[in-house]
Write a protein that binds this ligand. Structure first.
Ligand code: FAD
Length: 455
């Protein structure tokens, strides 16, 4: 009998346990369902749709080379997969296990209608397998990482099967172009050309990064350098398996591999948090912050808009927000500074910032985004205290962001090192570059006042 292979954020053929199992059983009918209902507010965002379009095209082409047609359907994912199984006379569906709450619900729903076989492979280890001595779950990263490491390495990646059997007459499929995933406004094609979505592009990124691993620990904090891997959109879409990354990176000397693997493990940690707290992207990890008097109204809206457009008057923040808009990605150090700025300097609810990143990032990821926003906000279970505000004017020179600013804020392209981090403060702001929305000291006092109401 035919078997259905259900693709989600695992758009690859290598190290794809569900594909291996399906190919071993019968003719395979692979399907991807675009589900804009089940995830609610976390339906795939704007920048990510661009990525998804190209990644699906790459996956369809790779399957095509093996003589297999990728079927595209749109609607409630569980329902569509069950209907497809029915159409082709399959009783069994293979898929990788995903931990986003809507995927867990879809798995439960689908499991009631077909024989659903779930395989691991989206994380270094399944989150519920990382347990404390007494069998509980971890809430803090450091302890989680220690426990995860004991279960490493992950299983060796398996290659794509040589042969995939297929059905004589494939069922009907939507046309990718009809999904309108590519935005026409803004036209992102320019800045996004730095990316190559799809499995082949992911493996290229892996090759490009491996020689840089020795410098990662230092370079990863310097936005002016390309010191990080840029795997995040590939990992999010599952074009590269975390086990593949682990094994490739572990070939480097342990002293150099460890700092990178520790960051990679954050992805598993966020999976562990959302597996325990399904509403983590929507509600404060620390309930006391429900009382936080966030700013709202016209003035706050205007400040928020200035932040999204990279016009706050803080060059490091503005450079980050403009890099995000132009390329769908932002350097991690700057993600933290920009997030801290909108939450603490502008005193705007972290959920608004989270939503902006969600729409603008090509790597927007339910767990990674929510856990990092709550970490920066101080509202999270494991987080930086709210009172610890990142000072953009201190961070910017500390991490040598001058060239990064000159690249992303063209008005400041000719500003020298003496003024680049704070052109207004230095009295050298070119015409057209906005004055700071609020001074650091004033913002700090306002934020601490607000936080006092929480206790
Ligand atoms: P590298 O430094 O090369 O790290 C390798 C991989 O490890 C990354 O691709 C990522 O999968 C994982 N990783 C690294 N740092 C983190 C981290 N702090 N948390 C979770 N995983 C991590 N990352 C996302 O993938 N999606 C998001 O939506 C997202 N939102 C964020 C929001 C905020 C406010 C902040 C501060 C961080 C966010 N991050 C998010 C985490 C991090 O910034 C990115 O994963 C990283 O910048 C991606 O670049 P890279 O692949 O070059 O990272």
């Amino acid at each position: 009998d035919p078997v259905v292979l259900w693709f989600r954020q695992d758009l690859r053929l290598a190290d794809q346990a569900a594909l291996v199992a399906a190919a071993g059983e019968g003719p395979v009918v692979p399907v991807y369902v675009l589900d804009d209902e089940a995830p609610g507010d976390w339906r795939i965002g704007g920048a990510q749709r661009w990525w998804l379009h190209h990644s699906l095209a790459a996956l369809a082409a790779a399957l095509d080379e093996k003589g297999v047609r990728l079927i595209l359907r749109r609607g409630d994912a569980a329902d569509e997969v069950a209907k497809l199984a029915d159409e082709v006379g399959a009783t069994r569906v293979h898929a990788l296990h995903h931990y986003e709450p809507w995927w867990q619900s879809a798995e439960t729903a689908l499991g009631k209608r077909v024989d659903l076989c779930l395989h691991e492979g989206t994380r270094l280890a399944p989150p519920d397998r990382i347990r404390t001595g007494s069998g509980g779950r971890y809430r803090m990263f450091t302890a989680f990482w220690r426990a995860l490491k004991e279960q490493m390495p992950p299983p060796r990646p398996v290659p794509a099967p040589d042969r995939i059997g297929t059905v004589a007459r494939p069922p009907k499929s939507d046309r990718l172009a009809d999904w309108d995933l590519l935005p026409t406004k803004p036209d992102w094609a320019g800045g996004f050309s730095v990316w190559t979505p799809g499995e082949a592009g992911a493996l290229e990124a892996l090759d490009d990064f491996l020689p840089k691993i020795d410098d990662y620990d230092v370079a990863r904090n310097l936005p002016s350098q390309e010191g990080t891997s840029r795997f995040s959109p590939h990992l999010h879409h599952g074009e590269l398996s975390p086990a593949t990354v682990w094994h490739a990176v572990s070939k480097a000397d342990a002293r150099h591999a460890e700092p990178f693997l520790r960051e990679l493990a954050w992805r598993d940690f966020t999976g562990n948090i959302i597996d325990q707290f399904a509403d983590y992207a929507d509600s404060n990890g620390r309930a006391a912050y429900d009382k936080m008097p966030w700013r709202a109204g016209k003035e706050a809206d205007a400040d928020f808009t200035a932040w999204t457009k990279g016009r706050t008057g803080y060059p490091i923040v503005d450079a980050g927000m403009r890099q995000l808009w132009a390329t769908g990605w932002m350097h991690n150090r700057v993600r933290m500074i920009a997030a801290s700025f909108v939450i603490k300097h502008l005193l705007i609810d972290w959920r608004r910032g989270e939503a902006w990143y969600w729409d603008a990032l090509v790597d927007a990821d339910f767990g990674n985004n929510a856990v990092n926003w709550q970490w920066v906000a101080g509202t999270g279970i494991d987080s930086n205290p709210f009172g610890r505000m990142m000072a953009p004017l201190v961070q910017s020179p500390k991490f040598d962001a001058g060239d990064y600013i000159r690249e992303w804020v063209p008005e400041l392209a000719d500003v020298g090192d003496d003024a680049i981090h704070d052109p207004h403060g230095a009295g050298k702001a070119p015409a057209g570059y906005p004055a700071p929305l609020i001074g650091h000291r004033e913002a700090r006092a306002r934020a601490l006042d607000a936080a006092a109401k929480v206790r």
